[in-house]
Write a protein that binds this ligand. Structure first.
Ligand SMILES: O=C(O)CCC(=O)C(=O)O
Ligand SMILES: [Fe+2]
Length: 200
């Protein structure tokens, strides 16, 4: 979890731009709306100086193996209203064989909600209570580790093991928003050179 990665002026500029549409679920090149899996609205941000700088910074912060073949995908803003959610999934795509999403930044832009945490059911919650400002410590409604949406902060994780095999430990969900609104900025690192490893 990274604190204050985005200033609020940038958030305002991002939010005023978006052309939101009902979010789809993707399998390779196929995409469809499926409210059993995902209820939110998304907008791909146009390229401008702000988005260019954010993408540059995300790329500098973290290359995949320091890899020159990693690109930052176009930035996507996702808005959840009451009962909006995204059920458990992986960010890697098991249907493609050339290139994949090797890592994810999830930046919270608007946190005026209850619920709406980012939940990793297979990760263990740390016991040290100092984590409790950023992770859910009181609520046992969902298994595993849940990051609270905190505007301006980011969660970063890798979607692959170092040999390029899919990391199944980072299965995650956006928990249902109970009240208010949550908005997140998804930044995905796409490695063009990724190929399925010969051994899992
Ligand atoms: O909004 C979140 O907390 C997670 C979003 C997510 O996992 C995704 O869009 O792939
Ligand atoms: Fe995801």
């Amino acid at each position: 979890m990274y604190d204050r990665v985005l200033r609020s002026e940038l958030t305002q500029s991002i939010l005023s731009e978006g052309h939101f549409e009902t979010s789809k679920v993707y399998h390779g090149k196929n995409a469809h709306v499926d409210s059993d899996i995902r209820v939110s609205e998304s907008a791909i941000l146009e390229q401008d100086e702000v988005t260019r700088q954010i993408r540059r910074r995300a790329r500098q912060f973290r290359g995949w193996h320091g890899n020159k073949t990693v690109a930052i995908q176009p930035l996507k803003v996702q808005r959840y209203s009451v009962n909006g959610y995204y059920s458990v999934h992986y960010d890697w795509d098991g249907y493609v064989t050339e290139g994949n999403r090797v890592a994810t930044f999830m930046i919270y832009l608007v946190d005026s909600c209850t619920g709406g945490g980012t939940n990793f059911p297979r990760l263990r919650r740390p016991v040290d209570s100092r984590w409790c400002s950023i992770i859910e410590c009181e609520d046992d409604e969902y298994p595993g580790l849940t990051f609270k949406p905190i505007a301006g902060s980011a969660v970063f994780w890798e979607n692959m093991h170092s040999n390029g095999s899919f990391h199944r430990g980072v299965r995650h969900a956006s928990l249902p928003v109970k009240s208010g609104e949550k908005v997140g900025l998804n930044i995905w690192l796409w490695d063009h050179a990724w190929r399925p490893p010969l051994v899992e």
